[in-house]
Design a protein around this ligand. Sequence first.
Ligand code: NDP
Length: 338
Amino acid sequence: NRRFLLASRPHGAPTADNFRLEEQEIPTAKEGQLVLRTLFLSLDPYMRGRMSDAPSYAAPVQIGEVMTGGAVSRVVDSHSPDFKPGDLVVGSTGWQDYSVADAKTVKKLEGPALKKPSLALGVLGMPGFTAFMGLLDIGQPQAGETVVVAAATGPVGSLVGQIAKIKGCKVIGIAGGPEKCRYAVDYFGFDQCLDHRAPDLDKRLKEACSDGIDVYFENVGGAVFDAVLPLLNTKARIPVCGLVSQYNSTGLNDGQDRLSLLTGTILKKRMRMQGFIIFDDYGHRYPEFAKQMSEWFEAEKVKFREDIVEGLENAPQAFIGLLEGKNFGKLVIKVSHD
Ligand code: NDP
């Protein structure tokens, strides 16, 4: 049983040294517990926050603890009447080949995810739920409005764009590089997608958003938000989902203090900017998401793209790349084939 522990806390971007691979016996379960074989491990930007001990909405991983992470697993031994060996479950079981979990903390896969289990980590799981609630509940998109979202080919951004299209909006994506931008338009059906690595993002965004921006779904922060801010319309809504461009920063960026520009814009435009943490704020509404997303998925109204990396041993490198935009689609580690 291999597992990755947090070896040290990163300063800036994580490096391979921050992780340690350890081997131990396959664990055993007590009453009410399950032994699980990890099939697919999800790698997500929030894990960078858990590697740090700065105050956050969730406790950090301690040095020497198994790296936290959601995964799809197969039950290999059950001490719970609710599960039997062979069942597929999703839960926060960490970066490891096998885990022991309390039966109450995992959920059986259901619906279309049974046919393709890795989707329970993407479109049919946490990132899909995040896009759905953040956009619909906080963003409140109305037909004909303009919605902007970055990390447009990732699991959250690609779904924000697709749901906004279902709601009749004009959707402008932002992504890293021409290939991702083409893909957001051709495959996910965005109206346009702009490369944030090319020059003059602010000018190109202004041209694309000829009627201004009504909903900006904030995934990245930084230079993208700088380009968005002057284009926001009166009564714009900004679900603040993540700030991935800042996760590796070690302090405030250099330059002028623009806080009063932001608060002044919020006042003048009467905008609503609201952060959310998906399961803390919306856990009770998961069934609503599961039903609607399964329907859209079965009807092929939403598409997905996965970036599957083979082998648990490759998790640190893949995770480091995720924070730099090296992934193209939902990043998943295929841990085991059985
Ligand atoms: P992605 O798979 O989209 O991966 C992150 C992407 O961010 C990269 O692929 C890259 O895409 C983009 N990126 C990285 N650095 C920069 C940068 N400097 N400027 C602009 N873009 C950058 O991630 P997810 O879809 O899983 O997550 C998207 C966001 O949602 C994250 O901020 C995440 O933390 C947040 N989130 C929040 C949740 C909540 O409860 N609030 C729950 C789940 C996710 P590209 O190459 O296109 O630039």
